[in-house]
Design a protein around this ligand. Sequence first.
Ligand code: NAD
Length: 237
Amino acid sequence: MSRSVLVTGGNRGIGLAIARAFADAGDKVAITYRSGEPPKDLTAAGVLAVKCDITDSEMVEQAYKEIEEKHGAVEVLVANAGITNDQLLMRMSEEDFTSVLDTNLTGTFRVVKRANRGMLRAKKGRVVLISSVVGLLGQAGQANYAASKAGLVGFARSLARELGSRNLTFNVVAPGFVDTDMTQVLTDEQRANIVSQVPLGRYAKPEEIAATVKFLASDDASYITGAVIPVDGGLGM
Ligand code: NAD
């Protein structure tokens, strides 16, 4: 059955792999993105691309209106959009901290809250949040990012308790290091150091994150909620 799926930050990296996975399965997929352009083959395949900055509530509302008009209410939400802005604590300004929280955590709140309107009406819904192994373990220079990603865990688990009786599930995927634009900023030395700590000895491919997200949104995961699933090559165990 074709579902209305929304992937935030779906124009590249992990979000793009997730959008492709749902589109390949025949779902009606919408993506939102903040900048750049979505790949032409994605939109040519019928994926609806909507420009939307999730730090802006009005843009989020407009994006949902467009998606609902074209695809119907969102049945599966993958809140994937996120940023980093790494600094050691003593060099981290309040703006460095709050801007990361505003995108990764409050931005997720904005899109989840809006999706829930339709999900509650439909009496079903699947929400998958993309956190990070860094949210579980912490990482020097990423206190802002780690706080935002740890926050997603408490957010999802609270909603799993609050809305489980309404047939909505909320799960978290915590990727390790994945080959995307986000990790291109790392030096070769930093990469080698990370890889040396990963039991599987390599970065993840975005498709490997997408496969777990797709599972959590499938009927096979109907009794899973409030779970935090690491997809990290064993890094966080
Ligand atoms: P990326 O930088 O390639 O893509 C990030 C996406 O988020 C882009 O589509 C961008 O447009 C969107 N985005 C950022 N700020 C936004 C905003 N304010 N409004 C709307 N969209 C916004 O990153 P990625 O590696 O594909 O990461 C995707 C998610 O996975 C992020 O939440 C990231 O924290 C998480 N993650 C990534 C890794 C990794 O190693 N790459 C590891 C763990 C978790």
